[in-house]
Design a protein around this ligand. Structure first.
Ligand code: ADP
Ligand code: MG
Length: 392
């Protein structure tokens, strides 16, 4: 990564505003998945060990630009305190005189966690005044929120323009892995794409077709390709407006684009629904494809086991339902056993890998669903673009 790193800043004794991604699921006042908090710990621990005073800020959920008790950061503060084993001073606002007073009285121990940035309408509008108020709290700014880097908000862009800024370790790691895959992959480079919609991922498909040796397509999006091939798709999810584009993509990709050879079908997308496996071109009327079949798992597995680099986004089927999870499981296991550099991005894909307990088998699991996909598409992430280049 060619951006200035937190390591390049002189942080001793300084107040460092750190944009973290603590947008975690919460139930009954408890954090139910603390992955994103854990992934921010290296930067926080580094700052503490260097004698800095970290002031953390994140958004949580989608409050409507005003305080909403449902989205207060208190459960996050409790979990962070447990993980860090240091004092977490949680404030009930993110900016303003109360915050400034609390910071002036702060004993400098542990970290400060500001209130949810989206309680302020200025956050998503990247309002200069809100950014100025944030900048007034600190000497330096570090962005470690890869999951929010595709948004041009006050905590990701506005404040970075006002303070000496750098990237945190997680942001760095995310970009380094994605760059390695996109810029200089060891070959063969196999990309695996699945999930719900072709329309969501057209840019990703195109970008990966330019870079990967093979593109394996599963999930609901394969039915739009099936239709483009002239197969009967029954009541499978198809995006009719994209059949033409799917046809063009298949023509330009040739043999590099690999589609399923068999699919698991059912009449309803439900637990316990009667299901069967049929050839890709033999989906009966009234049935829908909900997973890739065992022959496809084998076929995809052969490509995956010979790969040196793998990028995976999107489950192969409706993995939330046991009966349609085998394709995703088979592919996940093949990736885990491949020995390739493997990067997994996308909210549901990551959830699937985690559910299978295979997280540690992947080289890199992205914390940013939307951000990782935009990056793969070749779009510049505003929260990254704003950070200064490394010097010298
Ligand atoms: P990600 O979050 O990893 O980018 P997506 O959001 O694109 O992935 O897609 C995930 C969703 O796609 C899951 O909820 C899954 O149930 C759904 N899905 C996968 N295959 C099918 C299918 N054959 N039919 C309907 N839905 C599917
Ligand atoms: Mg998703």
């Amino acid at each position: 990564m060619n951006k200035r790193s937190v390591r390049d800043l002189d942080v001793r004794g300084k107040r460092v505003l750190v944009r973290v991604d603590f947008n975690v699921p919460i139930k009954d006042g408890r954090v139910t998945d603390d992955t994103r908090i854990r992934r921010a710990l290296p930067t926080i621990r580094y700052l503490l060990s260097e004698g800095a005073r970290p002031i953390l800020i994140s958004h949580l959920g989608r409050p409507k630009g005003e305080p909403d008790p449902k989205y207060r950061m208190d459960p996050v503060a409790r979990r962070l305190g447990e993980l860090l084993d240091r004092q977490v001073l949680k404030l009930d606002e993110a900016v303003g005189p109360e915050v400034e007073r609390a910071l002036a009285e702060w004993d400098g121990q542990g970290v400060v966690l500001l209130e949810n940035s989206r309680f302020y309408p200025g956050e998503t509008k990247n309002d200069p005044e809100f950014a100025r108020q944030l900048a007034a709290l600190a000497d330096l700014y570090v962005n470690d929120a890869f999951g929010a880097a595709h948004r041009a908000h006050a905590t990701t862009v506005g404040v970075a323009e006002l303070l000496p800024s750098a990237a945190g370790f997680l942001l760095e790691e995310e970009l380094d892995y994605l760059d390695a895959v996109l810029e200089s992959p060891e070959r063969p480079f196999v990309a695996i794409l699945g999930g719900a919609k072709v329309s969501d991922k057209l840019g990703v498909i195109k970008s990966l077709l330019e870079r990967a040796d093979t593109l394996l397509v599963g999930g609901a999006m394969c039915f739009t390709f099936f239709k483009a091939r002239g197969y009967e798709v029954g009541s499978s999810l198809v995006e009719d407006d994209y059949v033409e584009q799917a046809k063009e993509l298949m023509e330009s990709a040739g043999e590099r684009l690999v589609l399923p050879v068999d699919v698991v079908v059912a009449r309803e997308m439900e637990e316990g629904a009667e299901s069967r496996t049929v050839p890709a071109d033999g989906i009966p009327e009234g049935w829908m494809g909900l997973d890739i079949g065992p022959k496809t798992v084998e076929l995809f597995g052969r490509h995956i086991s010979s790969a040196r680099t793998i990028f995976w986004n999107g489950p192969m089927g409706v993995f939330e339902i046991e009966a349609f999870a085998k394709g995703t499981e088979g592919v996940a296991k093949a990736v885990a056993e491949s020995g390739a550099t493997s990067v997994v991005g996308g909210g549901d894909s990551v959830a699937a890998v985690r559910k299978l307990g295979l997280e540690d088998e992947m080289s890199h699991i992205s914390t940013g669903g939307g951000a990782s996909l935009e990056y793969v598409e070749g779009r510049e992430l505003p929260g990254v673009a704003v950070l200064p280049e490394k010097e010298g």
